[in-house]
Design a protein around this ligand. Structure first.
Ligand code: PMP
Length: 291
């Protein structure tokens, strides 16, 4: 399954209210989104047949669409229902799911007037984002030269295709240099996030993570904060200077795809997957599986 190109797999994709064979879910080359990145999306996972925090993902999809000025022509309940429908149609219970909203090919040019808003939902099996070996050892991150921009200069708070070139370029450079991923600072030089995941640090049993001024409001991030609070840990959401990474003994990434993944290295700094990280990882695993 792993090596089959994504446009040639078997299965079913929900497109604008209809379920179509996977290979028929196509768009035209003059699709507005392909030229102007007028697209927003979600990445969510189902565990044992239940889509984890589906309502939160759908809320974020609508918030992202709103930032991009797109009105989704379905209600949130209809989208949630379609997500479950597509999971069942593909006969999957453990899966990754990608709802995507985009401006179509009805009109060409920067003006969005007259373009229609399309929605698709694809579901497939995707066990682990990082390899199990890399996860066990702790991921190695290099420092990216790209920075998360000021929300005044890009729709950075939306989960939009418009924001992903810096992530893709950072990830590609990291992989070319033998790293698992890269850490992007923000436009002011504070710690931001990895290419597709939020970052946390631990010192003296306290959790530190960048505030939400220009990183994605990760649903896994919010979940881990909730879990840590219940455990009585202190949470500091703040500006973190890159040099401060030397003060922390543990670090990990969070994301729907990445789940909770320990880090062993970020630039010049080294970390160990300590007691608190392992405990948060296990609690997250138990929660998503409804245990
Ligand atoms: N930051 C970025 C840039 C991402 O792409 C993702 C993955 N959606 C995250 C953070 C983590 O978000 P979530 O926990 O909601 O998957």
């Amino acid at each position: 399954m792993q090596d089959i190109p994504f446009d040639q797999r078997d299965g079913w994709i929900w497109v604008d209210g209809k379920t179509v064979p996977w290979k028929d879910a196509k768009v035209h080359v003059l699709t507005h989104a392909l030229h102007y990145a007028s697209s927003v999306f979600e990445g969510q996972r189902a565990y044992n047949g239940k889509i984890f925090k589906l309502e939160d993902h759908t809320d974020r999809l609508y918030r992202s669409a709103d930032i991009l000025g797109m009105e989704i022509p379905w209600t949130k309940d209809q989208i949630n229902e379609a997500c479950y429908e597509n999971l069942a149609k593909n006969e999957l219970v453990d899966a990754y799911q990608r709802p995507v909203v985009w401006r179509g090919a009805e009109k060409m040019g920067l003006s969005v007037k007259g373009t229609e808003i399309h929605v698709a939902i694809a579901t497939w099996s995707w066990p682990s984002y990082f390899s199990p070996e890399a996860r066990l050892k702790g991921l190695r991150l290099c420092m990216s030269n790209w920075r998360r921009p000021d929300p005044m200069t890009a729709p950075i708070l939306a989960k939009s295709a418009a924001n992903y070139p810096i992530g893709c370029l950072s990830k590609d450079e990291a992989e070319n240099r033998g790293y698992d991923d890269a850490l992007l600072l923000d436009w002011e030089g504070y710690v931001g996030e990895a290419s597709g995941a939020n970052i946390f640090f631990i010192k003296n049993g306290e959790l530190h993570t960048p505030s939400l001024k220009c990183v994605l409001a990760g649903i896994t991030r919010a979940t881990v904060i909730e879990i840590a609070r219940e455990k009585g840990m202190k949470i500091c959401e703040r500006n973190i200077r890159p040099e401060e990474m030397g003060d922390f003994d543990q670090a990990f990434l969070t994301g729907t795809a990445a789940e909770v993944t320990p880090l062993s290295e970020v630039g010049d700094f080294r970390f160990k997957a300590g007691e608190e990280t392992i405990d948060l990882m296990n609690s997250y695993d138990a929660l998503v599986r409804g245990k």
